[in-house]
Design a protein around this ligand. Structure first.
Ligand code: AMP
Length: 413
């Protein structure tokens, strides 16, 4: 026998039983974002590698270790997208969206690819829902984005989420702060982990993320960026916070919040769930006022977030599948009529199914039970259908031509 093939490491098949949760998440996000003035955008699953090298930042884990990159037949350097913001900015620039009324509000959903070590909640192909607002530096934008993501989790009924919130300031504040932090880290270099020391010049902020005990002790006394914000950044952050307070969205101020991407300025945030293990981040984002010009576009302040569908689904747990309205049980003489009747019901907007494997009447009845359908419809020979309500067991004859109308009325009453 030929050897069986498996899905590539770190990938998964989203089977039918996982779809109710996934579709609920995507459906709720779409409804909420479109009701808030966000238009959907779809960008290619791969882009020029240069976009991510420039957009995400050369010193990040994503660019250094996690990209699925390849050279195509035409010699182009391409990468399966590891994140959604840089591609959306590329599209904003390419389509001259800065000429539209600002800000431009976009949302997206689709697969992303990172070569990470697979574990529960961490995959090499995963799906994100994202939202980006481009062309305004108003704190209202930051607040709107955060409240929307908060409301998404609340509407889905996910409990035990925590919002971590911080501000990274503008590029200049950050530069001065990074110098101060690097000097401090150099002064205590011998106490730091090797990994942190290796990255000290390229990305000293990552030291706050370290699991190493010695490093953590050093970081407890390290200067914090939030204490170094200039007055414009501090005012911006205070305004975002007051808007969140007004909306009753609680958060923990986290001066050590550094996200794994280089482009953030000012507000950064992350929602975590206590229901998930080590991979607790449900979604996060922030402001990235410098990214658009870094990618060759006009100076355009912007902010956004990305949230992982698989992580949210884990926190949500399994969801009820949609219920069939009718399962048709037919004897041998009525099998073809059963198919015609199923289509008649479906064309009237009802969810109907039937046996397609020539099971006995008993076998079909079992199927009807297992399907969870509200009604079983019995067809015998040339006779009119018998409609049985599965819960009450009540049964009556209804003319085939009137069955759909009758059922719709019964279901809506
Ligand atoms: P990030 O772009 O890293 O901030 O990721 C945004 C969200 O996407 C995270 O909060 C997770 O919910 C999800 N996510 C990121 N990486 C992965 C992964 N490798 N597997 C599954 N979900 C992920």
């Amino acid at each position: 026998m030929a050897e069986k093939l498996k899905a590539p490491r770190g990938t998964f098949d989203a089977l039918p039983e996982s779809q109710p949760a996934r579709q609920r998440i995507e459906g709720q996000a779409r409804k909420m974002l479109e009701a808030s003035g966000y238009g959907r955008i779809e960008t290619p699953a791969f882009e020029d590698t240069e976009l991510f090298a420039r957009g995400v930042g050369g010193s990040t884990d994503i660019v250094q270790k996690q990209m699925f990159s390849f050279t195509d037949q035409g010699g182009r350097e391409l990468t399966l997208r590891p994140e959604g913001t840089a591609p959306v900015c590329r599209a904003y620039i390419e389509h001259g969206m800065h000429k539209l009324p600002q800000p431009v509000k976009l949302w997206y959903a689709g697969p992303y690819f990172r070569h990470e070590r697979p574990q529960a909640g961490r995959f090499r192909q995963f799906n994100q829902i994202g939202a980006e607002v481009m062309g305004s530096d108003s704190p209202l934008v930051d607040a709107e984005l955060i409240v929307l993501l908060h409301d998404l989790f609340t509407d889905l009924g996910i409990e035990g989420t925590r919002l971590r919130l911080g501000s990274l300031g503008t590029a200049e504040t950050r530069r001065a702060y990074l110098e101060e932090l690097t000097t401090y880290l150099r002064s205590r270099e011998s106490e730091l982990s090797k990994e942190v020391v290796a990255r000290l010049d390229s990305n000293p902020l990552r030291a706050f993320d370290s699991d190493d005990e010695g490093t953590q002790t050093v970081m407890a006394d390290a200067p914090k960026l939030m204490d170094r914000l200039d007055s414009a950044d501090a005012d911006h952050f205070a305004h975002v916070r007051s808007l969140l307070d007004e909306q009753g969205v609680s958060y923990d101020l986290d001066p050590t919040l550094v996200r794994g991407l280089d482009y953030y300025t000012r507000t950064v945030f992350e929602f975590e769930s206590s229901k998930l293990g080590a991979q607790a981040a449900l979604g996060g984002g922030g402001r990235y006022d410098g990214l658009m010009s870094q990618l060759g576009g006009p100076d355009t302040p912007a902010a956004g977030w990305g949230a992982g569908i698989e992580r949210i689904a884990l926190a949500l747990g399994e969801q009820e599948p949609p219920r069939l309205d009718a399962f048709i049980v037919a004897d041998d003489a009525a099998r073809d009529r059963a198919l015609a009747l199923a289509f008649d019901l479906r064309r009237h907007g009802l969810a109907a199914d039937l046996d397609l494997a020539e099971r006995s009447a008993k076998g079909q009845m079992k199927q009807a039970d297992r399907s969870g359908a509200r009604y079983a419809v019995f067809l015998e020979g040339e006779g009119e259908p018998q409609l049985r309500a599965m819960e009450s067991g009540e049964q009556r004859q209804v003319a085939a031509a009137e069955l759909a109308t009758h059922m719709r009325k019964a279901i809506n009453s």
